[in-house]
Design a protein around this ligand. Structure first.
Ligand code: PNS
Length: 169
């Protein structure tokens, strides 16, 4: 009798995660209903000015999702599709918020598809609750003293506060 080979469905969830928000965590949790494993991976991008170092962002991701299983954390540089292939994953997972995300995401997905037709991009609509949140808007609100405590996990909230206090000193 032929044994059916068990193939793990793996997706890479790439991003800047500067810092991770509840919106990102929601995508990972929902993505796990579709994929056996999700590799959350931070792009090393010297061209983009970040508030947190890659190591700090990795720590925050790990702390924020320590209770979830089937999640791996990593960093990458170079082309996303090459990284996805090297990791043995079949898909890229991305969250889509409003219409404003569409153009960029569409371009990214089509370019990735042109570069490697074996990798598919799967979009999940961001949960209604997190529709207006983004790492950038959260950082801006926090910089000017806005309360972001219900948009990021407590560990991230503390780190953002510390970072801005430190920078203001
Ligand atoms: O969180 P972000 O900043 O929207 O994430 C963007 C990211 C990391 C997904 C994207 O910039 C990326 O994949 N960069 C790696 C280089 C690459 O492969 N670009 C797309 C084809 S040119």
């Amino acid at each position: 009798m032929k044994r059916k080979e068990l193939i793990q469905k793996v997706a890479v969830y790439p991003g800047s995660f500067d810092p991770v928000t509840y919106g990102h965590i929601d995508i990972v949790q929902r993505g796990r209903k579709i994929f056996d494993k999700i590799i959350v991976s931070i792009l090393h991008n010297p061209a983009k000015k970040a508030l947190f170092t890659v190591e700090e962002r990795l720590e925050m991701l790990r702390e924020s999702m320590k209770d979830l299983d089937g999640i791996e954390f990593d960093t990458f540089d170079g082309l996303l599709v090459d990284y996805v292939q090297n990791k043995g994953a079949q898909a890229v997972l991305r969250g889509m918020r409003a219409v404003s995300d569409f153009e960029h995401e569409f371009q990214l997905a089509l370019m990735n598809r042109k570069l490697n037709r074996n990798i598919e991009t799967i979009f999940l609509m961001t949960g209604m609750r997190w529709f207006f949140t983004s790492s950038s808007i959260i950082k801006e609100a926090a910089l000017f003293g806005g309360d972001i405590s219900d948009m990021v996990p407590p560990n991230v909230y503390e780190r953002v506060k510390d970072k801005y206090n430190h920078l203001k000193r």
